[in-house]
Design a protein around this ligand. Structure first.
Ligand code: ADP
Ligand code: MG
Length: 247
């Protein structure tokens, strides 16, 4: 279980996250909504130790993550997918697969990995440098491959459905859902339109607004509220509270 309590974070005096509390239970999938600039990516980056919080705590499986670096956090079983997966020149997808699997460079792919590469339609990308001249959907498929190979217990996914065509989205989601089910993993998925919920079973939705998480309820109701009334009205939903946990 990943437990975030009263997390605040500021950059250059500007409060980006204010007193955020959220608990991710094992085996559960959460959708995180919020307008552009509300702090969704910052939240994930702070959990991963890329940004440091100014106050509050992040605990996972009896470990406090507060002073840990990204590699230590990854080793504990938490992985993230970037909103914009970066180009890594000089490193091929095959090299990266061996890094994810903690194998020596040059190691040939085993059959199970090859099958996953094929299912994600990435066979012809193995010799290419990571994300260099990849399309949006290709980047997201390659990113999903790397995450799944690391065998995380918690997946933090920053807009896995943005810039992805429907066929690629289905491909990504099929692997993601199978992985979550088989491994009883949990996931926090940042999404705007929620298309991903057509292919992934999401248990609970929440909204980050003005740096705080306020509203927890059925994700489809949240989308309806956002499209009919706007984010501000979601914040006023009956479940309004900042310490509500997962209820
Ligand atoms: P979201 O993912 O919800 O769209 P972000 O977490 O990316 O929002 O950003 C939240 C706010 O924090 C934005 O106003 C953004 O400009 C600001 N921000 C994020 N990172 C930095 C940074 N390194 N320096 C200054 N401002 C930042
Ligand atoms: Mg973002």
């Amino acid at each position: 279980m990943l437990e975030i309590k009263n997390l605040s974070m500021e950059i250059e005096g500007k409060h980006i996250l204010k007193d955020v509390s959220i608990t991710l239970e094992q085996g559960k999938v959460y959708a995180l909504f919020g307008p552009n600039g509300s702090g969704k990516s910052t939240l994930i980056n702070t959990i991963m130790g890329i940004y440091k919080q100014s106050s509050g705590s992040i605990a996972y499986d009896n470990h406090y993550l507060d002073d840990k670096q990204i590699d230590q956090i990854t080793r504990l079983g938490i992985s993230m997918a970037f909103q914009h997966p970066p180009e890594i020149r000089g490193v091929t997808l095959h090299d990266m697969i061996n890094i994810c699997l903690k194998r020596k460079q040059g190691t040939a792919l085993d059959q199970k990995t090859k099958d996953l590469v094929t299912r994600l339609k990435l066979d012809s990308f193995l010799k290419r440098e990571i994300n260099v001249d990849f399309s949006g959907g290709e980047r997201k498929r390659a990113d999903m491959l790397q995450i799944l190979l690391m065998k995380p217990k918690v997946l933090l996914l920053d807009e896995p459905d943005s810039g992805v065509d429907i066929e690629s989205l289905k491909t990504i989601c099929k692997e993601l859902q199978d992985y979550i089910t088989k491994n009883n993993a949990s996931a926090l998925i940042i999404t705007h339109q929620g298309y991903i919920m057509d292919y992934i079973k999401v248990d609970l939705g929440c909204v980050l607004f003005n740096g705080s998480i306020r509203c927890y309820k059925d994700p489809r109701e949240i989308i309806k509220d956002i499209s009919t009334k706007g984010y501000a009205e979601c914040v006023d939903c009956p479940n309004l509270t900042k310490d509500v946990g997962t209820k």
